[in-house]
Design a protein around this ligand. Structure first.
Ligand code: DTR
Ligand code: CA
Ligand code: ZN
Ligand code: ZN
Length: 320
């Protein structure tokens, strides 16, 4: 019997709490006060996949209007960043844009802080916003960028006030070798690095022939995502091909716990994987990886939906 999703468990718990409060209210005047129930953790909201896909449609339009890509140093990248930033500014985030130079071109990181929470315990979620020059990069990595954007907007909609501080980041020039994220980590004082309790990376989370891979770099962070998928009854596998190949690498090198999700790139799905996840065996998880066909139709909505909900679940779980 798979573990019930956190939303179900917390709903049951809150009913129990309500029952306790009713009992407490019945206690006669003057009696010793009942022990008050510990505050229940808030359940993460569902992330509407239609909203995530609307962001992808915007990123597709931006690429189409800017030479067909959103690559580092090209107009499509800065237009993508301006789009994401405008949504976050309107939602009450404190945003900052950090410039850097790579390959003779100007790159940008976008960092968005949700006001409040203990800034000595920062929970970070990040995704690279740049594409390769060959195409619009909707799965790689519009999917991760849009999923954490909609999660951030859900934090605002909920007026979530967690104990820990929430920070979201969209990295530039990942495709050139994690340049933006490394620039960010290198810019942190040692004391600021130690304030980051965990960095969650999301690079390709909507692959059209999807797998469900969980980073195994940090056991506690890995467990959060495995618990979520156990609640859905979806088996996961450890992510192995990406070690050092995405924006979690600079954080891990700095000693910061990292985790994340991945739906697969150019490796081929095995028969055993197709039996547990569906899709097509013998075909790449994303046949349009780093190609011009990585467009808005190069997405599996179910995988994008599950991974977006998993991101929200992890953010709510780790920040309280
Ligand atoms: N480095 C990513 C793609 C990538 C390939 N394998 C993995 C595993 C885990 C995360 C990312 C990746 C890129 O090309 O952007
Ligand atoms: Ca959802
Ligand atoms: Zn890539
Ligand atoms: Zn990527």
């Amino acid at each position: 019997m798979p573990l019930q999703p956190i939303r179900v468990r917390l709903a049951a718990a809150s009913l129990l709490t309500a029952a306790t409060l009713v009992t407490a209210a019945a206690t006669p005047v003057g009696a010793a006060p009942e022990a008050t129930a510990a505050p229940q953790a808030l359940a993460a909201p569902d992330i509407p996949v239609a909203s995530v896909k609307a962001h992808l449609a915007q990123l597709q339009s931006i690429a189409t209007a800017n030479g067909g890509n959103r690559a580092h140093g090209r107009p499509g990248y800065k237009a993508s960043l301006d789009y994401v930033k405008s949504k976050l500014d309107a939602a009450g985030f404190t945003t900052s844009v950090k410039q850097f130079t790579s390959g003779g071109r100007t790159g940008y990181n976008l960092v968005a802080d949700w006001p409040g929470g203990d800034t000595n315990q920062v929970v970070m979620a990040g995704a690279h916003l740049d594409s390769v020059t060959a195409g619009p990069g909707i799965n790689d990595n519009g999917s991760g960028s849009a999923a954490i954007l909609e999660t951030a907007l859900a934090v605002s909609r909920a007026q979530f006030k967690p104990a820990k501080h929430l920070r979201f980041a969209w990295w530039g020039a990942e495709e050139l070798g994690m340049v933006g994220s490394r620039n960010y980590v290198n810019s942190l004082a040692t004391s600021d690095r130690s304030r980051i309790s965990g960095y969650l990376n999301f690079d390709m989370v909507g692959s059209p022939n999807p797998g469900y891979f969980v980073y195994d770099d940090d056991p506690a962070l890995e467990k959060v995502f495995k618990n979520f998928y156990a609640g859905l009854g979806i088996p996961t596998e450890i992510e192995t091909e990406g070690d050092g190949r995405s924006d979690h690498a600079p954080f891990k090198s700095a000693g910061i716990p990292v985790g994340g999700l991945f739906s697969g790139a150019d490796y081929k799905k095995t028969t055993a994987q197709a039996q547990k996840w569906g899709g097509t065996a013998g075909k790449a998880f994303d046949a349009c990886y780093h190609a011009s066909c990585d467009t808005a139709t190069n997405i599996d909505s179910t995988a994008l939906d599950h991974n977006s909900d998993a991101i929200a679940y992890a953010v709510w779980e780790l920040a309280q």
